[in-house]
Design a protein around this ligand. Structure first.
Ligand code: CDP
Ligand code: CDP
Length: 243
C-alpha cells in the first residue's frame, strides 16, 4: 500500500504556492491547507478592531487565543481559481475579504509575533495531523511539519511574482498599479525573511523549484512526480508534527 504523505510547500508571495499546492492536493486526493489564510484572518479581525491591536504584541497574542479560525476544503468544481480554502473566522465566512493588499500587509505584521505563531502553528498541526495533506506557507517544512516526507521551496523572481499578483487584482477589476504591487511584495518579502521568529527560509532538505518560467500545471506535475516516488519509499521517514 502506498503511504499518504505530508507535503510542505513554502516560498515567498506570488511564487505559486496556493495554486500549485491546490492542484497537487486535488490530483493526489490529499487535503489542501493554506496556512497563510489563518494569518490573514487574524489580521482582518485586528483591522476591524480599528487596527489598534496591530500595535500591541500582547493584544495580538490575546486576540489569537480568543479567535477560532477554520479552513474548509473547496470543491474542485468551484470555478474561482483564486479561492483555495473556505476560511471561517469565528464562524463567519471571510474567504473573500482576506484577499486584499491591506490584509496581506497586516498579516505579515501579525506573523512576526511569537505568541501569535505559537497559537496558529498548533492549529495547523492539528488540521494536518491525519497525513495525506499538502500545506503551504512560510515555515511549514521548517517549523509546522519538520518531518514532512516531501518539502518544496517554491521560488520565482520578484518581478514575475509581482506581475502575477497584479494580474490577479486586475482580473478582479481592482485598479492597482504594478509598481504598487511590486512595492508591497518587496516589503512583505523583507519582513517575512528578516523577522526573528520562524523567518521564511529554505529547509536544507527542501527541493528548490524555481518556477519563473513554468506555469502552474508544469510546476504541479513536477511536485506530483516527486510525491509519487516518495509514496513508494519504505517508511524510513516520519511525516507530520514533531512529537
Ligand atoms: O500562494 P502564492 O502567493 O505563492 O501564489 P499563488 O496565489 O498561487 O499565485 C499567484 C498567481 O500567479 C496566480 O494567479 C497563479 O495562477 C499565478 N501563477 C502562474 O501564473 N504561474 C506559476 N507558475 C505559479 C502561479
Ligand atoms: O499568498 P501570499 O503568499 O501572498 O500570502 P499568504 O500565504 O496568504 O500569507 C500572508 C502572510 O502571512 C505572509 O506574508 C506571511 O507574513 C504570513 N505567513 C507566515 O508567516 N507563515 C505562514 N506559514 C504563512 C503565512
Amino acid at each position: 500500500m502506498t503511504k499518504r504523505l505530508t507535503i510542505a510547500i513554502d516560498g515567498p508571495a506570488g511564487s505559486g504556492k496556493s495554486s500549485v499546492a491546490r492542484l497537487v492536493a486535488e490530483r493526489l486526493g490529499y487535503l489542501y491547507l493554506d496556512s497563510g489564510a489563518m494569518y490573514r484572518a487574524l489580521a482582518l479581525k485586528a483591522l476591524r478592531n480599528n487596527g489598534g491591536a496591530l500595535d500591541s504584541e500582547a493584544r495580538l497574542e490575546e486576540l489569537a487565543r480568543a479567535t477560532d479560525i477554520e479552513l474548509r476544503p473547496v470543491p474542485s468544481s468551484l470555478q474561482d481559481p483564486t479561492i483555495h480554502n473556505r476560511v471561517l473566522l469565528d464562524g463567519e465566512d471571510v474567504t473573500h475579504s482576506i484577499r486584499t493588499n491591506e490584509v496581506a500587509q497586516a498579516a505579515s505584521r501579525v506573523a512576526t509575533i511569537a505568541g501569535v505563531r505559537e497559537v496558529l502553528v498548533a492549529a495547523q498541526q492539528r488540521a494536518g495531523s491525519t497525513g495525506g495533506v499538502v500545506m503551504e506557507g512560510r515555515d511549514i517544512g521548517s517549523v509546522v511539519f519538520p518531518r514532512a516526507e516531501l518539502k518544496i521551496f517554491l521560488e520565482a523572481t520578484p518581478e514575475v511574482r509581482a506581475e502575477r499578483r497584479w494580474k490577479e487584482h486586475s482580473e478582479k477589476g481592482e485598479k492597482v498599479g504594478l509598481a504598487e504591487v511590486m512595492e508591497e511584495v518587496r516589503e512583505r518579502d523583507k519582513r517575512d525573511t528578516e523577522r526573528i521568529v520562524s523567518p521564511l527560509l529554505r529547509a536544507p532538505e527542501a527541493v528548490l523549484v524555481d518556477n519563473t518560467a513554468m506555469n502552474v500545471e508544469e510546476t504541479a506535475r513536477l511536485i506530483i512526480m516527486l510525491a509519487r516516488e516518495r509514496e513508494k519509499e519504505p517508511r524510513n521517514r516520519q511525516g507530520g508534527a514533531p512529537s
